[in-house]
Ligand binder design. Structure first.
Ligand code: PLP
Length: 439
């Protein structure tokens, strides 16, 4: 039935999907249409079950159809679904986010894209400057000015990363290599008085998982402060996922620095469209209606979505993160063991409870680690496609792209994890054969 649905979907939707990575373009084949999900498992329209290592690309921290989240959402729905007025769950969710992170005030939006777009507008409005610095391989949603690629050769400013983005939208964006302090120093030395903000994923998760090198985020915070630019950490993926306090809980909290602005999404919506940006009170106070920087949203802070997010965060205790850590570690160990046995070169990298697998020979990487987008791009995508389909065949739904984090949930119990471990050896051999055949 997935085949038939996909044919119908393709007739009425570009590529048959409503977000590109759901299609299997990178791995070939037909995406499975999922009818239901429970805990760590997805069930497709043909009745096949899969251990879910996508978790809706991060949000399903507690697993699917968590009974307490469902009860909170069901109760919320009986009270109506949207009023266009302030509500109590918004206040409670904002308080929860303020309690867990260094932000002092938050504004809710409906997607991560909106969060980063709005954070950048606010940074520009606050500083009175126009230039935005980002890193290649960091994804911040499909904001025009951030769908930018580094200009070739000596060009300082970026070029559009996709048709449809005008050059004028990326002319004020600088794209630098991730983890490259010298590039950051040079950009600020040359253009520091024009830079409104630097935005970075707190740990890169959208080119596979590429954590910041020790002290890199602190260096970025310091450099921004020196030049009067705002430091924006995008925690849409890592927030309330990498640790209880997001990735900031791994470096900023220990090192004693805080970003000026942060963005959140995914987990904080509990599986509903909710996202947020927040930060220093003096910066956030520049937003309308308190300040002059305009920003708004009809469904922002929607009572059902904020109820789901609040229930999720309240249930996401230290024990949940410890479980995620343990499940992730067991799967990572299984990957290393199976890939080593199959003679498949690999690099496994983590950011808190998130991790990903690069099919790259560590001997070909300086330091043996993937540090930036150029390194990440070396992964063997054809071998990954073979791995992906062998895992799918064995009942494990990996992200259908080699450049994604693998996600576990609190519901990934021994049976789910064992299903993954059992599938890995055959899949690793399939990937190794694909690599051999391509030589
Ligand atoms: C997913 C993601 C976004 C975009 O969020 P959407 O809700 O898909 O618009 C932005 N930044 C990061 C780091 C993300 O992982």
């Amino acid at each position: 039935m997935s085949e038939a649905l996909f044919a119908r979907a393709q007739a009425v939707t570009p590529g048959g999907v409503n977000s590109p990575v759901r299609a299997f373009n990178a791995v070939g084949g037909t995406p499975r249409f999922i009818r239901s999900a429970s805990g760590a498992w997805l069930r497709d329209v043909d009745g096949n079950d899969y251990v879910d290592l996508i978790c809706s690309w991060g949000p399903m921290l507690l697993g699917h159809a968590h009974p307490e989240v469902q009860a909170a959402v069901s109760a919320a729905i009986t009270r109506g679904t949207s009023y266009g007025t302030p509500t109590e769950p918004e206040v409670e969710l904002a308080e929860e986010i303020v309690a867990r992170t260094p932000v002092e005030k938050v504004r809710f939006v409906s997607s991560g894209t909106e969060a980063t777009m709005s954070a950048i507008r606010l940074a520009r409005g606050f500083t009175g400057r126009d230039v935005v610095v980002k890193f290649a391989g960091c994804y911040h949603g499909h904001v025009d000015s951030l769908l930018a690629s580094a200009g070739s050769g000596l060009a300082t400013f970026a070029v559009p990363g996709t048709p449809g983005v005008p050059e004028s939208s990326t002319a004020l964006t600088m794209v630098l290599p991730y983890n490259d302090r010298a590039a950051v120093e040079k950009a600020f030395a040359e253009h520091g008085d024009r830079i409104a903000c630097l935005i970075t994923e707190a740990a890169a998760g959208n080119m596979g998982v590429v954590p910041p090198e020790q002290g890199f985020n602190e260096f970025l915070a310091r450099t921004c402060r020196r030049y009067g630019a705002l430091f924006v950490t995008d925690e849409v993926m890592t927030g309330f996922r990498a640790t209880r306090q997001g990735y900031w809980g791994l470096d900023g909290r220990a090192e004693g620095w805080a970003p000026d602005l942060m963005t959140f999404g995914k987990v904080m919506g509990g599986g509903f469209p909710a996202a947020a940006f927040g930060g220093r009170a003096d910066v956030m106070s520049r937003l309308a209606p308190q300040g002059p920087v305009y920003q708004a949203g009809t469904l922002s802070g929607n009572p059902v979505a904020t109820t789901a997010g609040l229930a999720t965060l309240r249930l996401a205790t230290d024990e949940v993160y410890a479980h995620l850590d343990a499940a992730a570690r067991t799967i990572k160990d299984g990957v290393v063991e199976a890939f080593t046995a199959a003679g498949l070169p690999h690099v496994v990298q983590s950011a808190g409870t998130m991790f990903s697998v690069f099919l790259t020979d560590p001997a070909e990487l300086p330091g043996g680690a993937v540090r930036d987008f150029a390194d990440a791009s070396r992964t063997d995508t054809a071998a990954y496609a073979a791995l992906f389909h062998a895992m799918l065949e064995a009942g494990v739904y990996l992200p259908p792209s080699a450049f994604e984090s693998w996600f576990v949930s609190a519901a990934h119990d021994d049976r789910a994890v064992q299903t993954v471990l059992d599938a890995l050896p055959v899949a690793a051999r399939a990937a190794a054969s694909a690599q051999e055949a391509a030589r």
